[in-house]
Unconditional design. Structure first.
Length: 386
């Protein structure tokens, strides 16, 4: 549900990794700075910093709860959740709710703003039960949560409200294509309103705040995403004629789960920075291992087995051989994925592989000059929410 650029894992909960992106550090520092500047006018510098940090921790904790609600609901529909990432404008939960139909997509999207609204109520109760700086923090968090719940519920894709709109139209019309177009137009309309609000805020404020910048950024994302929707739909119409089997490349080498990390490094991982290899147990893929994941465990004891350095399969995009390329490309989200048939590895797929198929089958161009596999540059349109 959003791109993040470079990111770092902060924790894993029930197999779901939680990350913070590079852009998150910028907004987190900005929240602390603005809070400190505000509180330092009425209290000591040390106390102002403590209160500002506490506010930021609780605020971004509420964002994590919002995204966790998406992830939990997705899991209830037996959907894979590859990760949750804190980004500049909030959070992103990597799941493919559309795979289970419009109801699943509706509920996975709806639960986010609903959870934030519930948090607003909880913070309001906290304000009633506390006093001093804590009560003030709770009051501000209640207001922020109420604001963001309403904001995120606006019917503009890729906001949660836009996803709710998409799912509702899909359910009513039976056409996800029509729903995507309606959601795209909704994004443009809401983006223009938010852009106007950003301009109005900028001209009416006597002192600088980050709100106009935030609103302007969100407006840009909504409008650009909405304008690109027709291109996305046209591209989807072309990709739907192909399947993963048509575009996938041969399966990468598989790493036995019981060999040592030292042997895996010598036989598979050395010289393959950034590439993850499937790990097999009893002939079935159970996860992946890369030089990065192996180093975290093997740095102290390189003789430990590969199973100790495996990343769960839930953290890797997995597609089926008979899946259409439009759905597969949306789930890949710019990453390299594995092609599995009932747990058995049959191939690999990356956006570059999809582009090779597109150039060959749709544009009638030869494959020469276009590399395949992870880490290659591609020009296929990105999924609309990234």
């Amino acid at each position: 549900m959003g791109g993040s650029g470079k990111r770092w894992k902060i924790l894993t909960v029930r197999g779901i990794p939680f990350y913070v992106s590079t852009s998150w550090f910028v907004i987190a520092a900005l929240y602390v700075f603005v809070g400190y500047d505000d509180y330092s006018r009425s209290t000591s510098s040390a106390e102002a910093l403590m209160v500002a940090v506490l506010f930021a921790v609780l605020f971004f904790g509420s964002v994590l709860v919002h995204e966790a609600a998406h992830a939990v609901t997705a899991r209830l529909f037996d959907l894979q959740v590859s990760g949750v990432t804190l980004v500049f404008w909030g959070g992103a939960t990597e799941t493919k709710a559309s795979a289970k139909g419009p109801l699943a997509e509706f509920l996975v999207a709806f639960v986010g703003p609903a959870t934030t609204l519930g948090l607003a109520g909880a913070f309001w109760v906290g304000e009633m039960l506390t006093n001093g700086n804590v009560a003030e923090i709770m009051g501000r968090l209640a207001g922020f949560s109420l604001l963001f719940a309403g904001f995120n519920a606006l019917p503009g894709f890729p906001l949660d409200g836009g996803r709710v709109l998409l799912a509702a139209v899909w359910g009513l019309t039976g056409s996800r294509r029509t729903a995507m177009r309606v959601a795209g137009y909704g994004g443009i309309a809401v983006g223009m309103l938010i852009g106007a609000a950003a301009a109005w805020t900028l001209t009416t404020q006597s002192t600088f705040t980050f709100m106009p910048i935030f609103l302007g950024y969100v407006a840009f994302i909504l409008i650009s995403t909405g304008r690109a929707m027709d291109q996305r739909i046209a591209f989807r119409d072309q990709l739907i004629t192909g399947t993963v089997t048509d575009a996938m490349r041969p399966a990468p080498p598989s790493v036995p789960i019981d060999i040592s990390l030292a042997q895996a490094l010598d036989d598979y991982l050395r010289g393959a920075d950034g590439q993850a290899f499937p790990v097999l147990e009893d002939g079935r893929v159970v996860g992946t291992v890369s030089i990065e994941s192996a180093r975290k465990v093997g740095a102290k004891d390189p003789m430990r087995p590969v199973r100790d350095g495996v990343r769960p399969l839930t953290q890797t995009p997995v597609v089926a051989p008979d899946e259409t390329l439009d759905d597969a490309l949306e789930w890949l989200g710019g990453r390299d994925g594995l092609v599995l048939r009932e747990g058995v590895l049959v191939g690999a797929l990356s956006p570059a592989d999809v582009e090779r198929w597109y150039r060959r089958e749709v544009e009638g161009k030869p494959d020469a000059g276009l590399q395949s596999g992870p880490g290659t540059d591609v020009v296929v349109p990105a999924r609309p929410d990234r």
